[in-house]
Design a protein around this ligand. Structure first.
Ligand code: HEM
Length: 142
C-alpha cells in the first residue's frame, strides 16, 4: 500500500508539473496574442487545478503511510534538514501552492475581461509552481 502510493505520488508529480507549466505557457501565449479567453483556456487551467488537488490528496495519504511522514515526527527529526523537509516544509509549502492555484482559478472565473483572466491565471499559477519547485525532494526524485 505504501509503495503503491509512493509510486503514484512520484509519477503524478511529473504530470502535475507538466500540466501546470502548460497552463501557464498556453495562457501566456493567448494573452500576448490578445485572443479571447475561450473554453479551451479555461479547461487547460482546470486540468492543472485537478492535477494539484489529486496530488495533494495522494500526498496527504502518503503522509500517514510513509516512514518519512507523521510516524517520523520527533524533535531530533526536526533538526535534520531532509527529515524536516518531508515532515513540515514539503506539506506546508505544497498546501500554500495549492491554495494560491485554487484562488487563481476561481478569481479568473469571476473577472470579466480576457486580459484579467489571463493575468490572474498566469500570476497565481506561476507563484504556485515556484513554491512547488522549491520544496520537491530533488535529491531523491527525477
Ligand atoms: C503539488 C503537490 C505535491 C508535489 C508536486 C509533491 C511531490 C513529491 C515528490 C516528487 C516526492 C518524491 C517522490 C519519490 O521519492 O519518488 C514526494 C514525496 C513525498 N511527499 Fe509530496 N508532493 C506534493 C504534495 C504533498 C503533500 C500535500 C504531502 C503531505 C501532506 C506530501 C507528502 C509526501 C511524503 C510523505 C513524501 C515522501 C514519501 C516517501 O519517500 O516515503 N506531498 N512528493
Amino acid at each position: 500500500m505504501y509503495i503503491a502510493f509512493k509510486e503514484f505520488h512520484s509519477y503524478l508529480a511529473y504530470i502535475t508539473l507538466a500540466l501546470l507549466l502548460f497552463a501557464i505557457v498556453f495562457n501566456t501565449y493567448y494573452w500576448l496574442k490578445g485572443r479571447l479567453f475561450s473554453k479551451t483556456n479555461k479547461s487547460v487551467a482546470l486540468w492543472g487545478l485537478i492535477a494539484v488537488h489529486t496530488q495533494f490528496l495522494a500526498g496527504l495519504i502518503l503522509y500517514f503511510l510513509s516512514p518519512l511522514g507523521i510516524s517520523n515526527f520527533s524533535a531530533d527529526a526536526m533538526k535534520v534538514s531532509i527529515t524536516r523537509l518531508y515532515l513540515v516544509e514539503h506539506p506546508l509549502v505544497m498546501l500554500l501552492a495549492i491554495v494560491l492555484i485554487t484562488i487563481g482559478y476561481s478569481k479568473a472565473n469571476k473577472v470579466i475581461s480576457a486580459t484579467s483572466k489571463y493575468k490572474t491565471i498566469v500570476i497565481f499559477y506561476s507563484i504556485g509552481l515556484c513554491f512547488i519547485l522549491s520544496r520537491i525532494p530533488w535529491s531523491v526524485w527525477v
